[in-house]
Ligand binder design. Structure first.
Ligand SMILES: Nc1ncnc2c1ncn2[C@@H]1O[C@H](COP(=O)(O)OP(=O)(O)OP(=O)(O)O)[C@@H](O)[C@H]1O
Length: 325
């Protein structure tokens, strides 16, 4: 469904010297700076896939999504979505995808959401019957029946995002580009949006490319992730492989001794040293194959009130990937 080959976008920005005279100088001699927001990015996404697009701030995620949506032109390379070249901005392509930017609104601020939906119905030429059916389904899935006639500016952030999603899906796109759709939402709204996206993806086999800084979004929704850093793709594969195959093939052991005096403040095992926290807890990061040995060492050292073995948080795995890339 999505085919990206060596997609590159270089931004050229004017470097203004500070102050008034800096501005005047700039009139005569302009200095430019080039930023490669996307460098030689290639990937394929099959129909119905739900792919997470990860990277730190400024990695080039939004730039790539905007190129796929035809909002900005690539400097070089090609992109094809369902056979269309986004940069040509054909109407048939506009009907095929939707782009949701969590940080921007497409709904009319001073009107109830339903008015924007009606406008979109006309823009996309959606038949009355299809409009009614789609709207009823989306509104009920997202639970916003009671808010359709409320001015958008009076909606909560979560309600507004749900309305944005309805606006994006009214014309039944086959491809969805979601740029941080859960940003700023409370945990309950984040979960509601996630549940909706999962159900929608499964029911309609819509192809979804999602960026989010919330790892829960990625872990709950995406089996595959593409990671980019400084404009370059550094990983493309399953989330499991990313977690298992990372340099941090480790687990975290946390324990609280029954008698704190039985353990020194700094306790050393064969595989590392842990320092007691104010709450009396010790935390050790150990290689996965040493988990049993270290657990036995802890239990031999003295009775424990609690012991847990956890996976390294995905955030840490990814942070390590960025650091080594
Ligand atoms: N219109 C523009 N003009 C100049 N530089 C730009 C422009 N848009 C983006 N950039 C630069 O391109 C780089 C990538 O930006 P982009 O917004 O794609 O990153 P991102 O991965 O989406 O980051 P974030 O997670 O913070 O949203 C950044 O260094 C940014 O400053």
């Amino acid at each position: 469904m999505i085919e990206v080959r060596n997609l590159t976008r270089i931004f050229r920005t004017y470097k203004k010297q500070p102050g008034f005279w800096g501005g005047v100088k700039g009139l005569f001699k302009r200095e430019f700076e080039e930023t490669a927001a996307a460098k030689d990015i290639s990937f394929d996404i099959a129909e119905g896939e739900f792919v997470g697009f990860l990277g730190p701030n400024g990695a080039g995620k939004t730039t790539t999504l905007k190129m796929l949506a035809g909002l900005i032109y690539p400097t070089s390379g090609t992109a094809r979505v369902a056979g269309f070249e986004p940069k040509k901005r054909e109407n048939a392509y506009r009907r095929l995808f939707a782009l949701v930017l969590g940080q921007k609104n497409q709904l009319w601020w001073d009107l109830p959401a339903i008015e924007s939906f009606l406008l979109l119905r006309h823009i996309y030429g959606i038949s009355e019957a299809q409009y009614k059916e789609t709207l009823a389904e989306l509104v009920s899935l997202l639970g916003v029946e009671a808010k359709l006639n409320v001015m958008v500016r009076e909606l909560s952030l979560g309600e507004r995002m749900k309305m944005e999603l309805i606006a994006a899906l009214l014309h039944r796109p086959r491809v969805l580009f979601l740029d941080e759709p859960t940003i700023g939402l409370d945990v309950i709204s984040q979960k509601a949006v996630r549940n909706f996206l999962r159900a929608y993806n499964r029911k309609y086999r819509v192809t979804i490319l999602l960026t989010s800084h919330y790892m829960a979004d990625i872990q709950e929704l995406c089996e595959r992730v593409i990671v980019i850093n400084k404009g370059k793709k550094i990983y493309d594969g399953s989330l499991d492989r990313l977690e298992a195959g990372s340099g941090t093939r480790k687990k975290i052991i946390k324990f609280i001794p029954q008698d704190p005096a039985a353990f020194p403040v700094t306790w050393t095992s064969q595989h590392g040293t842990a320092t007691r926290s104010d709450e009396g807890q010790f935390t050790l990061s150990v290689p996965t194959d040493a988990v049993i040995a270290v657990s036995q060492e802890i239990l031999t050292a003295g009775p424990v009130a609690d012991i847990t073995i956890e996976d390294i948080p995905l955030e840490d795995v990814i942070a390590e990937l960025f650091a080594t890339a």
